[in-house]
Design a protein around this ligand. Structure first.
Ligand code: F6P
Length: 361
């Protein structure tokens, strides 16, 4: 078969190991031929962004972060940003994507991405494109998938950052607020917050009140060392308030979602009038997505890359590979439209609370 491969949405560690697994197993076991579609779905809309993807191209990429194919999170063919009369407008160019897919003589497409990329893949599938998906994202917010690759690496990076903030917080008796990615899901903040020993964890699924947070910080103030670490998700917000937005969806043509940011400053400003400690805010930003994947992410991505070829062999188009109960299986791409969230009453939050962590509720 002649198969296209693309990576869409925000990059994350593990994309290259997955591309490598697909190409290695695909060529050696199935005799497939691969075409690398560059910059996500942009490569199916714009000309000259499709190149042969060979074994040689994947040599040495296993430990590398990012993606050798490039990516884009504003290249939705159904809502494609084009400049007309000096203004950005969104147009449905799905027919162009379908035509390029046919012109490239592809027998199928492997779309590697998060909810955005996979739901585009599902829509293209309904137009007749043969697509299979591989779920990635540091947010871990995909329904039907226990763990996306990229999450483990980001969780390790954030945990290490919290460890580092601990020593300086302790030396100065400061409140360290650390803002963590994850969009509207709190998995990354919750898990790295617990692993790093944060005192306060604020996630989008639990709108917070200031009083319990102040109380928690003040109660720590009675100890010999009275610093505190506040891990705040970029999508967290106070009860009755809204999420902190850096850029509105209208300012991001082709993307269709807001850019989050500023949640750390919001809670820091709210705390400032209530406590005597000095407060510092650290925004981890894209450090969370860069660099080498962990061993766990390399393994998961390799397993996903190998398994997706089984789906193709079995004609399971319009499905994605998914880790469920420790096994890699297949889930309909329609699932990607549903989002996964932290259960505020689930064990993970319950056990974190029993460690004395305050969620501001
Ligand atoms: O979805 C992955 C993610 O890193 C989110 O956690 C974050 O909100 C967003 O992407 C950042 O996007 P960008 O790279 O466009 O700033």
């Amino acid at each position: 078969m002649r198969l296209g491969v693309l990576t869409g949405g925000g990059d994350c560690p593990g994309l290259n190991p997955l591309i490598r697994a697909v190409v290695k197993r695909g060529i050696s076991e199935f005799g497939h031929e691969f075409v690398g579609i560059e910059n996500g779905f942009m490569g199916l809309v714009e000309p000259d962004l499709a190149q042969p993807l060979t074994m040689q191209d994947t040599r040495g990429i296993l430990p590398k972060g990012g993606t050798i194919l490039g990516t884009s999170n504003k290249a939705n063919p159904f809502q494609y940003a084009v400049k007309e009369n000096g203004r950005w407008v969104e147009r449905d160019l799905s027919d162009v994507a379908m035509k390029r897919y046919n012109d490239l003589k592809l027998d199928g497409l492997i779309a590697i991405g998060g909810d955005g990329t996979l739901s585009i893949a599902h829509r293209l599938s309904s137009l007749g494109m043969k697509v299979v998906g591989c779920p990635k994202t540091i947010d871990n917010d995909l329904s039907g998938v226990e763990q996306t690759f990229g999450f483990d690496t980001a969780r390790s990076i954030v945990t290490e950052a919290i460890d580092r903030l601990h020593t300086t917080a302790e030396s100065h008796d400061r409140i360290m607020v650390v803002e963590i990615m994850g969009r509207h899901a709190g998995f990354l903040t919750l898990e790295s917050g617990v692993a790093g020993g944060a005192d306060v964890i604020l996630i989008p699924e639990i709108p917070y009140r200031l009083e319990p947070i102040v109380e928690k910080i003040k109660s720590r103030g009675t100890r010999k060392r009275s610093f505190s670490i506040v891990a705040v998700s970029e999508g967290a917000f106070p009860k009755g308030g809204g999420v902190s937005v850096l850029q509105r969806a209208e300012e991001l043509p082709g993307r269709g979602v807001v850019r989050l940011g500023g949640a750390g400053k919001v809670i820091a400003d709210m705390l400032a009038g209530q406590i005597d400690f000095e407060i510092r805010v650290t925004v981890l930003g894209h450090l969370q997505r860069g660099g080498a994947p962990t061993a766990a992410d390399r393994l998961l991505a390799t397993r996903y890359g190998c398994k997706v070829l089984d789906l193709i062999r079995d004609g399971q188009w319009d499905h994605m590979v998914a880790l469920r109960e420790g096994k890699i299986g297949a889930v309909s791409l329609a699932e990607s439209k549903k989002e996964r969230r932290v259960d505020p009453r689930g064990d993970d939050v319950r056990f974190a609370k029993s460690m004395g962590i305050c969620f501001g509720d």
